[in-house]
Design a protein around this ligand. Structure first.
Ligand code: COA
Length: 387
């Protein structure tokens, strides 16, 4: 297998993009990534596009062909593949591109993620997202994503004594980080009171415990590490691209308070790199709800089980803390265009490792990790990146 490097990144602003179409968004992110890598469309050999649900959000399927067509890549009949794994679609598109380059099948590949979620009403968006759960056993009987994560939160509070304030602090930190990110959907700083007094969504989760409904796209250009310096002076190397699956429904899981696929994907990734957890300087994790970040930092092995809430309150996951988590603002504040999130996480880590993250820069970051979850943990993708 060949080592793979990211040599170009692009990401749109995240939010309610009323003035931009699905096509505008992926063209914008793709062009930014190509310009950053100083490559032309003619050099692209393959494209992987993460997208969860354009069929429901836009009544548009066959998204691989659509992206290739409107990006001008049909001139060379570039192979273009849509990748779908619910909210982990972007992470999986990245991993698919890495495998294509590592295997020697292609040299210059673009991995992208895209979702346009705000063109439908809240009920339809909620129903589209519920399709990432088990439709027969969960969604059909009324379980929404906030509802499923609320059950995990209640179980975590019961088992480990995780408190309402500890959950809220995840959102406070991520809004603070988002306030320094020009791409973020929410750039307002909040307090614990903002979170605990916001409207109840699914007990104990309130509005500010939830990631929002978002439009956005992100893209990266991948090449063999041996060729990286042809494209950029600051390549970022992909040291591991790991993936794990688990049962799609919560009731078949070993535990409600851990996502086992996270633990397995992380173990696989760290085995590939032969690095210790302590070597990770910065991580972007899947905080679709505040409880999800607390479980992620425990299941990834950064903190003992049950220690995620206290560590968050103690500031250990803030920029400047023991392990800065979600400097972009995470899904909570930067936004969560589901198919794009996994690629945006990689874009943020590349900026951090290049030292280009501005006010939210983690000083001296050399190794970073991304963690992208599909559904409640049926799919997890973990990447480790290094300077
Ligand atoms: N955090 C903070 N503020 C939010 C927000 C969020 N997650 N979502 C919406 N808002 C704000 C809006 O900006 C708006 O503010 P304004 O009145 O000042 O303009 C207000 O709340 C109402 O927005 P609206 O879009 O009507 O909210 P909603 O009630 O339709 O949706 C949620 C709120 C939480 C239900 C929705 O964001 C949601 O479903 N989130 C979860 C998404 C999800 O499950 N993703 C997949 C996870 S795996």
């Amino acid at each position: 297998m060949r080592e793979v490097a990211i040599v170009g990144i692009g990401c749109t602003k995240f939010g309610e993009m009323w003035d931009k179409s699905f096509r505008d968004l992926f063209i914008e992110a793709g062009l930014m990534a190509l310009a950053d890598a100083r490559v032309s469309g003619a050099q692209i050999e393959a494209l992987y596009g993460g997208n969860m649900s354009s069929g429901i959000f836009l009544e548009q399927e066959h998204v691989g062909a659509l992206i290739a067509d409107y990006s001008g890549l049909t001139a060379n009949n570039v192979p273009s593949t849509r990748v779908e794994a619910a909210c982990a679609s972007g992470g999986l598109a990245l991993r698919s591109g890495v495998i294509a380059v590592a295997s020697g099948y292609h040299d210059v590949v673009i991995s992208a993620g895209i979702e346009k979620m705000t063109d439908v009403g809240a009920e339809k968006a909620m129903d589209a997202l519920a399709a990432a759960a088990d439709r027969e056993w969960e969604a059909a009987v009324g379980a929404t994503f906030p509802g499923l994560y609320a059950m995990m939160a209640r179980a975590h509070m019961h088992e480990f004594g995780t408190t309402r304030e500890q959950l809220a602090q995840v959102a406070v930190k991520n809004h603070y980080n988002g306030s320094m990110n020009p791409r973020a959907q929410f750039r307002n700083r909040i307090t614990i009171e903002t979170v605990v007094n916001s409207p109840l969504v699914a007990d104990p989760l309130r509005l500010f415990d939830c990631s929002p409904i978002t439009d956005g796209a992100a893209a990266v250009v991948l090449v063999p590490a041996a060729r990286a310096k042809e494209f950029t002076d600051t390549p970022i190397y992909i040291k591991a691209a790991a993936q794990a699956s688990d049962s799609i429904s919560l009731h078949d899981r070993r535990s409600l308070t851990s996502i086992d696929a996270t633990t397995v994907a992380a173990d696989r990734a760290f085995k590939m790199t032969k690095l210790q957890r302590s070597k990770i300087d910065v991580a972007e994790v899947h905080d679709c709800f505040t409880i999800a970040e607390i479980m992620a930092i425990e299941d990834l092995g950064f903190f003992e089980k049950g220690a995620g809430g206290p560590a968050t309150i103690a500031g250990e996951t803030a920029i400047g803390g023991k392990i800065p988590i979600n400097p972009s603002g995470g899904l909570k504040a930067c936004g969560h265009p589901v198919g794009a999130t996994g690629v945006k996480q990689a874009v943020e880590i590349v900026e951090q490792l290049r030292g280009d993250a501005g006010k939210r820069q983690v000083d001296g970051a050399e190794v970073g990790l991304t963690h992208n979850v599909g559904g409640t943990g049926g799919t997890v993708v973990v990447h480790i990146l290094a300077r």
